[in-house]
Design a protein around this ligand. Structure first.
Ligand SMILES: Nc1ncnc2c1ncn2[C@@H]1O[C@H](COP(=O)(O)OP(=O)(O)OP(=O)(O)O)[C@@H](O)[C@H]1O
Ligand SMILES: [Mg+2]
Length: 244
């Protein structure tokens, strides 16, 4: 086991905020910086699996991995524990089954792509995470999904550091400036400096089963995820952790 391994839950109870695109493209950006990443698709929708070019449910995945089977796919842009509908039938007696499965991975960083609701899989991810990354949209409901995650964390993992990522960001909108001022003045979390712009290439790349770096390496989305990788390497101390 790699004692220096870091586990990040990418979570928000609000759907469609960019959790999966962040997992895939931040994961890919970090790999390019020589960080060894494994992405765990914990969502029964299997969006991360699809975005990495596989058909969800067509290969052994998350549920079998929790039972101890070696299901990792390394032929994808980011090594992946695949998801699919079977994930919805996992019996979560305790989040410890997730911690145990993670402890057997050989990597620097584990990214947990959570489902959009507070199902037992999400709670398990929040319990075992060393940090939680919450993508938010700058709309009037910006704080709803975020507040729900922060509330849940108070109960299940009160001291875990939380990073907030402005996702699908549209700087020209007044609404964005208002949401920004709310986020900047809240000290319950670390607001990441880099934001991810609304960029059609990001949506298209997921539809093509490719990371943004494979699909459109010169896009605004690719530059943003590269910059975000640089920021989190420092913020999460990945440059100092070293391998086992
Ligand atoms: N920066 C972006 N620019 C444009 N489209 C984006 C961006 N990020 C995500 N999308 C698109 O928005 C939709 C939602 O993104 P994504 O699936 O990453 O969100 P999610 O939070 O994981 O959703 P869910 O809650 O369903 O799991 C997808 O169609 C995706 O392709
Ligand atoms: Mg998702």
């Amino acid at each position: 086991m790699n004692l220096k391994m870091l586990t990040i839950a990418i979570a928000s109870q609000k759907g469609g905020v960019g959790k999966t695109c962040t997992c895939v493209n931040l994961g890919s950006g970090l790999q390019q910086q020589k960080i060894k990443v494994v992405l765990v698709d914990m969502d029964a929708q299997g969006s991360a699996t699809y975005a990495l070019g596989l058909v969800p449910g067509k290969q052994p995945g998350f549920d079998r991995w929790l039972e101890g089977e070696d299901v990792i796919r390394t032929d994808t842009a980011v090594p992946l524990i695949p998801g699919g509908t079977d994930t919805a039938y996992v019996e979560w007696d305790s989040p410890e089954i997730l911690r145990k499965a993670i402890s057997k991975l050989d990597c620097d960083l584990v990214l947990l792509d959570c489902p959009p609701s507070l199902v037992p899989a999400t709670v398990a991810a929040l319990v075992v995470a060393d940090r939680v990354l919450v993508p938010v949209l700058a709309d009037p409901l910006v704080l709803v999904g975020l507040a729900q995650v922060l509330d849940t964390l108070k109960d299940v993992n009160p001291d875990v550091p939380v990073d907030v990522l402005r996702s699908r960001y549209k700087p020209a909108l007044n609404m964005t400036a208002e949401a920004d001022s709310v986020l900047v003045s809240d000290n319950r979390f670390n607001l990441l400096r880099i934001s991810i712009p609304e960029n059609v290439a990001i949506a298209e790349s997921a539809g093509h089963g490719q990371s943004i770096f494979e699909y459109a390496s010169k896009s605004k989305g690719a530059s943003a995820f590269k910059a975000l990788a640089g920021e989190v390497i420092k913020e999460w101390g990945l440059n100092k952790r070293g391998r086992k």
